[in-house]
Design a protein around this ligand. Structure first.
Ligand code: AQP
Length: 321
């Protein structure tokens, strides 16, 4: 089984990226051949600072590796190191109905939030389909926000196969219910572009401040809170604490008597401890960047070998050669 997923270097990675994509991808290394990429072409739809993109791309590589991506088992590469994906994007774009793209939730959500749309943002699902199809991927682990994009990929692959003959593997998404949408500190989906994130590798003082600044309602500690499960700090605590610790805080909040300050302190401590081993590993990797660059270069070579075969198949099927 071939497994693929990508993350945009559009900002500092957050715990939504970790629980929605990185952790499932790391766990899946035991189940198949994994290809994981840094989606730098995609990041161009929202980020125009070249130096920042370069830095973010390296940071995403460090984050993946620190969180358990094993370059012996998996292929890790930068999307733009395999530019064949742009040719495939064009080929499948000619079979992608406008109506399909106009229905994309992610495009509609971003434009509704005032992010000014460009062609790249509109065409994002076609590039994502090319990413997936180019590596004969069977399984794509993602957060729920990307489910529709994987469904579009399936539609596009089926249409291409129907038009030009059997060429592409039709992929499936894999979404873990418990981490399908990690909420941000403001209660919306945690997202780099919404300024509501808890970074995986933030600086201690700043992270403590972010967590202590989460807005809560005005109920006093003594009041029972029957809706304790909706509390953002409780939802995040469930991700980073043991089930027993999280249940204890949830029950105390529900019964009344637990102050929001104490709850946020517990969230900070559990978050900080949860990522401590990854932080140590990241510091080691950051001290040997040549090694990280070598991993990316090796990954690009391996990814390109698969990509050129699949692209060759698509070119032949569609009469380009
Ligand atoms: N809040 C989330 N909960 C669960 N999964 C999430 N993912 C992102 N946010 C959450 C998953 O992380 C993977 C990589 O996402 P991405 O960086 O390619 O783009 P995204 O989904 O658009 O993430 P952001 O943070 O919202 O980035 P921006 O703001 O730049 O668009 C995907 O599998 C995604 O599902």
């Amino acid at each position: 089984m071939r497994i693929l997923t990508g993350i945009q270097p559009s900002g500092q990675l957050h715990i939504g990226n970790y629980f929605g994509a990185i952790k499932p991808a790391v766990d899946l290394q035991a189940r198949g051949d994994c290809t994981y990429f840094i989606a730098d072409y995609h990041s161009m739809t929202s980020l125009t600072d070249a130096a920042q993109r370069r830095q973010n791309s390296l940071d995403v590589a460090l984050d993946w590796l620190a969180c358990g991506l094993d370059p012996q088992k998996s292929v890790l590469f930068r999307q733009s190191d395999v530019p064949e994906v742009c040719e495939l994007m064009w080929m499948i774009g000619t079979l992608t109905p406008m109506g399909l793209l106009e229905r994309a939730h992610s495009y509609k959500d971003k434009t509704a939030k005032g992010i000014s749309p460009n062609f790249g943002l509109f065409a994002y699902p076609v590039l994502m389909a090319a990413d997936i199809l180019l590596y004969d991927s069977n399984l794509v682990p993602v957060g729920r926000d990307q489910k529709q994009h994987v469904e579009m990929t399936r539609d596009i692959a089926i249409k291409f196969n129907h038009t030009y003959g059997e060429t592409f593997v039709v992929p499936e998404s894999e979404i873990r219910d418990e981490t399908a949408v990690v909420p941000g500190l403001d209660g919306q989906k945690m997202s780099k572009s919404y300024d509501n994130t808890l970074p995986i590798f933030g600086e201690e003082k700043a992270m403590r401040k972010k967590i202590m600044g989460i807005l809560m309602d005005s109920r006093t500690p003594a009041e029972p809170k029957p809706d304790a499960e909706k509390n953002i700090a409780i939802q995040l605590l469930k991700l980073v604490a043991t089930p027993e610790v999280a249940a204890d805080y949830e029950n105390r909040l529900r019964a009344g008597g637990l102050g929001y300050g104490d709850l946020k302190k517990a969230l900070f401590e559990n978050y900080w401890n949860f990522f401590a081993p990854y932080r140590a590993r990241r510091a080691e990797l950051a001290a040997n960047l040549d090694h990280v660059h070598a991993i990316l270069q090796d990954g690009a070579g391996r990814a390109r070998a698969t990509a050129s075969q699949v692209l060759g198949r698509a070119r032949k099927a569609s009469g380009l050669c």
